[in-house]
Every structure is written in C-alpha cells, then in structure tokens.
Design a protein around this ligand. Structure first.
Ligand SMILES: Nc1ncnc2c1ncn2[C@@H]1O[C@H](COP(=O)(O)OP(=O)(O)OP(=O)(O)O)[C@@H](O)[C@H]1O
Ligand SMILES: [Mg+2]
Length: 481
C-alpha cells in the first residue's frame, strides 16, 4: 500500500525499492554518520556528569539531523509528490518509516524507539508541514514564534520570550519553509520583494523578511491563531481587568459608545477587541475589516472583510480604506476595524461621527493621550488639510472611550487604563480616566504587585447607561484607598 507514494508505483515485495544509483550510494561513498561511542563515566562530580550528558545529547541531535538529511534526500528522490495530496497521515508515516528503516540498515545505524519516532515525525513535518516549526505550532502554550535566522528560534509563552532548541539546518532550509508558506497564498519573496504578510492554513498571522534586508538571515514572526479566543470571563480570571470594569465595558459596548483599544505590540489589543465584541447584541449587523482576519465574532450577522496587498505587478490592492468605504454602503449597524494604522482613519472617524456609533478599532499607542496623537498624525498623513483644532474636534466627537492594554514587564497583560473622552477645552481634547491599574511594587520573582482601582470620577456616560437599562452601582466608581 505504501507503493502508492513511490515514484515507480510498485515497491518490491521485500518493501525495499530498487533505489536509483544516486539514492543508494556505493558503500565507500556512503555518507558517514558518526556513531557516538559509549561515554565513559566521569570520575569527577556532578558538573562533569552534566557536561557529559549535555555533550551526549548534542551528539545525539547531530546524528539525528544527519540521518534526517539523508532520509529526506531519499524521500524526495523516491516519493511520488503528486500522490502525497491524497495520502493519509498514517500511511505517509508508515512509508517514511519504511524508508527510514532501509536507510538505517544501509548505514548500519541502530536507533531506539523514541529517536526513531522523533525522526519519522520530523520527516513527516518536513514533507507535509512547516518542518521545525510544526511542534511549536502545535504547542498550545505558545503565543508567538519568532525566527531570527536559521539558528535562533524564540517563542513567547505567558508574555515572556524564550529561546528554543529548535533550529533550521541553514538559511536555505528556512527559505524553503518560507517559500512553502508564501507560495500557498500566491505570493513570492526574494531579493526584490523581501517581505510578506500571509496567513497559515490554521489562521495564524505570518510575516517574513528575507536577506539582504534581513541582515543575519530571514526573520519570521508568527502570531498563533487561537481557536478558543479569550472571553471576558477568561480575561477577568487572568487579571486583565476586574468584574466591575467588565460591567462598565458591557454598558459601554451595549449603549453603542465608539471605542478604541490602544496598546503596544502584542499587548492584547485584538484579544480585548474580540472579547468586547461579545457584548454586541445578536440582532445587529456587524462588519469587520482587517489586514489579516483574526477576529472571531460570535454574533449571527457578521460580514468579514480582509484587505489585500497588490500582486507582483503592483495591481489589485484592496486597502482597509477601500473595504471601509464599501462597508458604509452595506448597511452596517457597527463597523469594527482590526487595527487603524493609515488613511482609513478618516473614514473611520467619519463613520463614528455619522450614525455608525458603536464602532470599534485598535491603535498602536502607549497611553490614551498618545493614542489621540496617533489619530491626529494619521489624519495629517492621509493628506487631509484641516486645521488641528478641527481634526481634534472630529476626534473628540467621534471617540467616546479609550481602553489601554499593556504587557507589563512580568509578561502579564492588563487593561491599565479606561479613559473617557469628554469633549474639547479650547484647543485640547479633554479626557477623564475612570479606572486604572495601580502598580504597588515588585515581588523578588519579578512579578508585579498591583491592583485595579477607580479614580473616583463618575462616568460621563452614567446617565446614558441608566437610560439604556445599565444601572451600574455608583460604588464601582469609588476608589479603594
Ligand atoms: N489578558 C491576557 N492574558 C493572557 N494572554 C493574553 C491576554 N491578552 C492577550 N493574550 C494573548 O497574547 C497574545 C497577543 O495578543 P493580541 O493578538 O491580542 O495582541 P495585539 O496587541 O493585538 O498584538 P499585535 O500588536 O501584534 O496586533 C495572544 O496570543 C493572546 O492570546
Ligand atoms: Mg492585533
């Protein structure tokens, strides 16, 4: 049955195909796979023992890599690649395993069961998946995968970056995996087109930058797609904000305030936006616009749009602004823009000002005041010649609320500020912070000690909340002293 995948289509009964000359080099020309000798037990104490075992592990890995390389070469020579599309995982693994056995026999290498199954899995990942990235993609505890050239692969777990022992053989190997990803979405990267955004088959967000612009080897960043997005309850449980703040946010979303989630990179903006969207009523028609579709709204009536870059001839681009303009003709009750980062800001502000209240977006900024400046800059960069005061009054009347997400030094992600925009005072946009996260100290382990607190300022929208049936108890605005 494995023979389906062999190029010749009929493997001999022994299961050992008559390999082409190149794939079965004469004994003399066989690649030499160094077998580590039994390591003598060190006479010295523990550190020496540890060094020996680390050395042993390194040698073992090196040996597996060499074997993998050889078997992979033979697989590519022997497999009928077009038959792979219809292969089941089990049958392909069996095929790989049989080819591995042949190669191991030929090279007189004995592997234990664990090493053999690691080898088969890695080869399977190499042929069918994204090679060394596969185990990281499967690991649910990882949020981001960051590749800095072939020999340094980092991951982010619980808000902290860690170096992994995953490596690519060399830059060519890394490039091959990158090509596999970008060609699947009809794109190409090379010297003249050195970077690309894409989406992996599982929905993960992918970006790469290749040499010579990436100086020390290709750079890859993957934001893993989470099937189960964090819900409001999860965020409360993880300490991103409190139940009181959640009640306030529910009132804000339900009463159709225009909300901006502001935050630094990877601070949890999209996650917060997604969780906030759960407060939208099921009867509303929501349109979402993103550069890479990440949001997963639970409502029944959702229209999702994803912008598209230009093709290799520089044609066919559909920007977020194009989507947004079109969305306005699609009778939306609410518009959600994944991240406002350019000229679409104009249409977003206009939409917020002209009846599409309850719209939401995120921006990249380190505090609410910076968030406003970012909006002003984006308007200016979009080429709109408007006096600053006019721009500010547009912003002040469009945006009702800014929630600031932040990733703190200890890796925790928290909503550090909930700030309302209350209007204009002269030339300046006036704001009031209603809730904030107060840092009280740091534990010896580096964990930040802090608490959420009200500032004592009652929401400017309390009356609106009340009229819409969200009677928040006045105590939630009272600070703990
Ligand atoms: N409060 C939280 N607790 C734990 N994990 C979180 C929290 N908020 C977000 N995350 C996780 O952190 C990662 C980054 O979150 P998210 O994509 O929302 O960030 P972002 O600010 O939108 O990033 P980017 O700037 O890259 O768009 C995700 O994997 C998400 O699941
Ligand atoms: Mg995001």
């Amino acid at each position: 049955m494995f023979s389906r995948f062999r190029k010749d289509g009929n493997a001999p009964a022994s299961g050992r195909p008559a390999a082409p000359a190149a794939a079965a080099p004469a004994a003399a020309a066989r690649p030499q796979v160094a077998m580590p000798r039994a390591v003598p037990a060190p006479a010295a104490g523990r550190p020496a023992a540890e060094a020996v075992s680390a050395d042993k592990e390194k040698k073992r890995k090196g040996r597996l890599t060499e074997l993998k390389l050889e078997i992979h070469k033979r697989l590519l020579e022997n497999l009928n690649l077009s038959a792979l599309e219809h292969a089941t995982e089990a049958s392909l693994k069996q095929e790989i395993s049989s080819l591995a056995s042949e190669t191991l026999d030929e090279l007189s290498v004995a592997l234990n069961k664990d090493d053999r199954s690691t080898l088969v899995q890695e080869l399977y990942d190499e042929v069918m998946g994204l090679g060394p990235l596969e185990p990281l993609l499967k690991d649910e505890t990882i949020n981001d995968i960051l590749v800095n050239g072939p020999h340094r692969v980092f991951v982010e777990r619980a808000g902290k970056l860690q170096l992994t022992d995953v490596t690519f053989r060399d830059e060519r190997h890394l490039m091959r995996i990158i090509d596999k990803i970008v060609s699947a979405v009809g794109r190409r990267v090379d010297e003249s087109n050195p970077y690309c955004d894409a989406r992996l088959a599982d929905g993960s967000r992918f970006n790469c930058m290749v040499p010579p612009v990436a100086v020390d080897g290709s750079l890859v960043s993957i934001r893993k797609f989470k099937k189960e997005k964090l819900k409001i309850e999860d965020l409360v449980r993880f300490g991103a904000f409190t139940e009181e703040i959640a009640a306030y946010l529910q009132a804000a979303v339900s009463t159709r305030l225009n909300i901006i989630v502001s935050g630094g990179t990877g601070s949890g903006k999209t996650t917060t936006l997604n969780a906030l969207s759960s407060f939208i009523d099921n009867s509303e028609r929501v349109l979402t616009i993103e550069d890479t579709a990440e949001l997963q709204l639970q409502q029944m009536h959702v229209g999702r749009m994803e912008s598209r870059p230009a093709n290799v001839e520089g044609k066919g681009a559909v920007t977020q602004r194009d989507c947004l303009r079109n969305a306005l003709r699609m009778r939306p009750d609410r518009i959600i823009v994944g991240e406002t980062r350019g000229e679409e800001v104009i249409d977003m502000l206009q939409a917020m000002n002209t009846g599409h209240d309850g719209s939401m977006t995120t921006i990249h900024a380190n505090n609410p005041r910076d968030g406003i400046s970012r909006l002003e800059n984006m308007v200016a960069m979009a080429g709109i010649e408007m006096p600053l005061k006019a721009v500010r009054s547009q912003i002040a009347s469009a945006v009702n609320l800014i929630v600031q997400a932040s990733r703190l030094q200890d890796g925790s992600r928290r909503m550090v500020s909930v700030t309302e925009i209350t209007g204009m005072e002269g030339e300046v946009i006036s704001m009031q912070e209603v809730f904030r996260y107060e840092r009280l100290g740091v534990e010896p382990s580096g964990k930040i000690i802090g608490r959420f607190n009200a500032t004592g300022i009652r929401s400017a929208y309390s009356e609106r909340f009340r009229q819409w049936g969200f009677d928040l108890p006045p105590q939630i605005y009272e600070p703990i002293v």
